[in-house]
Write a protein that binds this ligand. Sequence first.
Ligand code: UDP
Length: 467
Amino acid sequence: MTISPSPHFVIFPFMSQGHTIPLLYLSRILTDRSITVTIITTPANYSAIRVAIKNNSINIIDIPFPQNVVDVPPGIELTDNLPSMSSFIRFVEATEQLKPRFEELVSSLQPAVSCIISDGFLMWTQDSADKLKIPRLCFYGANIFSMTMCNVMAQFKPHANVGSNDEPFLVPGFGKMKLTVNDFEPPFSELDPKGPALDFLMKQQKAMSRSHGLVVNSFYELEANFNEYWDRNYGPKAWLVGPFCVAKPSAINYSDIPIKVMEKPTWIQWLDKKLETNDSVVYVSFGTQAEASKEQIHEVAIGLEKSNISFIWVMKPKQLQYIGSGFEDRVKARGKLVVEWVDQMEILKHESVCGFLSHCGWNSMLESMCAGVPVLAMPLMAEQHLNARIVVEEIGMGLRLWARGKVARGLVGQEEVAKVVLELMEGEGGRKARERVTEVRKGAYGAMKDGGSSSRTLDSLIDHVTG
Ligand code: UDP
């Protein structure tokens, strides 16, 4: 009798934190199901992945990133570190030079590779998968709501007759749901798109349509009607198998560790003190990618100061420069600024944290949901405006910050920041959002446990690619 080897999944994340982190969680989930997992990355990303994965049974292999890429400084192998997002497409295109080495590697791995899960931006991996006759699944990091809405825009152009980018229009096929042009980025916001952004998108969509489906970091109960609409009208099939952050090991229990060996990070110590004095804290972060303007950072800072609520703000060095001197001293008693990489989930799960002022990156939204923390939605770029719509209007687990004139884009003023922060912490809107996020949290954990919707979908996905 021959014993068939265990399935072997190759995971190839795109080189940005928001796209890599969820696939690391997914690798843990697959390993827990006795699947062999190999993660492919590039040399500059290797150590961070090794540290984050916390699991020696997962193989990590790096292949060299191309040198001499126009507008991409040497050694930059993560889009978060690009000097400007204007070099993003060039960065993505450069990854195609990894193709020969990727194919050589995948064909040599043992046991033989049963499935490739690679990022949608690494569109050339579809050609490799076809050549090597290995099923490929595509991952974008986005929810199925935003992907469906973008397709609906391209197909029906429901914005054809609006008077302005802020005038709401009905979304065909979705009852009373309304969106605005400003909820979308080009090319979806345009009526007659042309140029490099469209070409880039078309290439990705062609590759995705040839794949065995989309792996989606979400769960059926959260976006049932969008999931069904997508599978019925668009495709390839969306496999909703998340939220992956549930797979993260729980936050370190510092009381189990001798103090000299492991000190709590200063921000966790600060949150502990806030808990002792019964102070509720808002966590603020605009993620790894978004470039908020100097004016916007200033308005947020002053709004937080005016709200009189305690806050912890994890920011990039550039954002600290924008805030300038004086602010930290003025808010010293109740505000903490952190310019380091933090374990965001650990912060969100801290008992003193009662709200998350966020740019609405989808990972952050799922992490907030799984920690049971309501969101203050302040989207900045990419599909974040759509995430804000689903989180606030469809799911109801947060409140929205609007730009002046109650519009989706533009400067969010300090009065708005102060008002909405206070409403979340002390008002009726905050109470409702808190109640709702508690229910959604239960749904998220329920989906991931044995017999839950995401767990069953993952079983079918594994059968599909290995059967
Ligand atoms: N993150 C983190 N520590 C930090 C900053 C970010 O752990 O100091 C993580 C965060 O928990 C999330 C990811 O980085 O998993 C950011 O992804 P998201 O989709 O929220 O936003 P993006 O940065 O891609 O815009």
